[in-house]
Design a protein around this ligand. Sequence first.
Ligand SMILES: Nc1ncnc2c1ncn2[C@@H]1O[C@H](COP(=O)(O)OP(=O)(O)OP(=O)(O)O)[C@@H](O)[C@H]1O
Length: 434
Amino acid sequence: MNGAIALAFGLALLAWVLVVGDLLRRHRPAWHWYLTGYPLTACRVLFTWRKVAMLNDLSVSRRPHRGLLGDLVVKGDPLRPVAPRISFPRATPLGLTVVVRLHAGQTPATYLKAAEAFVHAWKVHAVRVTSPERGLVLLTATASDPLERPGLATAPTALLSALIGALESGGAWVMDLRLVPHWLIAGATRSGKSTLLARLITQLAPQPVALIGIDCKGGMELGLFAGRLSALATCRREAVAVLAALVVDMQDRMSACRSAGVRSIWELPDTLRPVPVVVIVDEIAELYLSDGTRESKAEAEQCSVLLLRLAQLGAALGLHLVVAGQRVGSDLGPGVTALRAQLGGRICHRVNDPGTAEMTLGDLNKDAVTVAQSITATERGVAVCTGPDGGWSRARSHLTPTEEAIAIAQRNSGITPELPAIRRALVALEGDDK
Ligand SMILES: Nc1ncnc2c1ncn2[C@@H]1O[C@H](COP(=O)(O)OP(=O)(O)OP(=O)(O)O)[C@@H](O)[C@H]1O
């Protein structure tokens, strides 16, 4: 009888633990991780470390007491691989971190190569390798993909900065155009580029900033926000007119700075400072491709030169470029490579060809290229983005429903700055067409 009661009690307890465990996992994933996942994973790290280090060439062999004859140890203890020393795994809300003391002569590159082995040995989602201090490597393991259901991160609102979404670390993904003035956004079709641009526009819309759209897909994407755009170019001919007017405006800004003896518009007194302008280009390839005719080639060439001039000189003058495209390759023309060099901020969604990931991130970080290439078609809005410190991270943009984005743009249409020179250039073009 007692046995039956004990069994029933045991089963009830087990059921309770399972139900509470499931509730915790769903509603308080961090607590669930601290209580169950972390102790298990910490044990895995400690018990597998020596073997993983040995198999991935992270260990060094201690010298034998008696020495070597040729390649043979003649006396003394057998050669024993010594794994690098590690700290006790430290729990974080999303995973754990381990500090490794490098053996003399080792570099973090060896650990970067071993990252995949750590993932499998510790049964975690990902392991990132960084070196916060000379001689140390920090291994940051994330238990599951934090970008599957990212929370809404928060960040202080500052002029020209936009809260785009969440980083893999759980922090806020912010595009700060004052810190990194120009951006390149790559991604295959349906990877999340337009969603990201919409998010950027909704974040910049309430700010005293002029937004200019260049959308050569006939204005299908950026046209939704026309109310808050100071100008919208919907074909390459219009793009050339807008960019040329902007270059003239840039020269005026330069003169204003020169007369005031300052190096950027931010040093000008408030009353003299021109409004910052963010030029958003959706589908860069449309600006560079030509159908082979002389006019088309000349137009593409003009676009390329104008964009490059803005990128080279615009940062200090409050002129910013955010350029998005499915493919960014040197086959679009030599101007693309030169432009890329000026676009310091990079965001790479899922891409169709390795070349685009390489072109977007390869000149900054080779590991970031590998991670960008592993983004799958189901991970919409997931991207690898660079940070202002030169590092990179996986991140996911916050999905702003189209209706909400349009409503925000409409609500702020009253503060849209007038850019008369650019309006005039577009009107003149319409006049030519009639
Ligand atoms: N951050 C996100 N979270 C969840 N879903 C997203 C996110 N970003 C995009 N999506 C979904 O992916 C779909 C495609 O996104 P989007 O239209 O932004 O892709 P795109 O790269 O601009 O494609 P295209 O080049 O064809 O215009 C959207 O319908 C959206 O629902």
